[in-house]
Write a protein that binds this ligand. Structure first.
Ligand code: TYD
Length: 135
């Protein structure tokens, strides 16, 4: 079963020149999968907690391309870690079967999510106790 140690921070190539910066994220090179889906979250109030689910199959990379937020990840053994997402060139890789909660969004937060699979609501585990029982 997936352990919290498999969650990782990824620093993307950040190509800067006098015109500004360009961040590159290549599937199966900079991240462990080829994204099948991209979505982003913005306009979330500071006191809102999003996520609160685990995915049976989908892997994710989360990047705050603007502003900041936090993600708390918990594995099936109940071990947790908190990552701050506060750089457009740094992401967090979250494998499948990890419980995730995103919170503490800044007003200018745009949280980009790259996903390894198409959306399928059936592969979402939305009850925390059921998640822990899958151990
Ligand atoms: P939800 O999973 O609750 O978002 P979060 O994890 O940020 O709390 O999704 C919100 C809504 O958007 C829900 O009705 C499902 C829908 N949705 C899609 O249609 N496709 C997607 O890829 C995602 C992530 C969500």
């Amino acid at each position: 079963m997936t352990s919290i140690d498999e969650v990782k921070t990824i620093a993307f190539p950040n190509i800067g020149d006098p015109r500004g910066y360009l961040v590159v994220c290549e599937g199966e090179r900079d991240i462990p999968f080829v994204p099948q889906r991209v979505f982003y979250i913005y306009g979330t109030q500071k006191d809102v907690i999003r996520g609160q689910h685990a995915n049976k199959f989908t892997e994710f990379v989360l990047i705050n391309v603007s502003g900041k937020s936090k993600v708390k990840v918990t594995d099936i053994y109940g071990e947790s870690r908190i990552y701050e997402l506060n750089w457009p060139h740094t992401g967090v890789y979250i494998p499948s079967m990890i419980w995730k909660e995103m919170y503490d969004f800044s007003e200018d937060s745009v949280l980009l999510c790259l996903a390894s699979r198409h959306y399928d609501k059936e592969e979402y585990i939305r009850d925390y106790n059921s998640f822990l029982q899958m151990r």
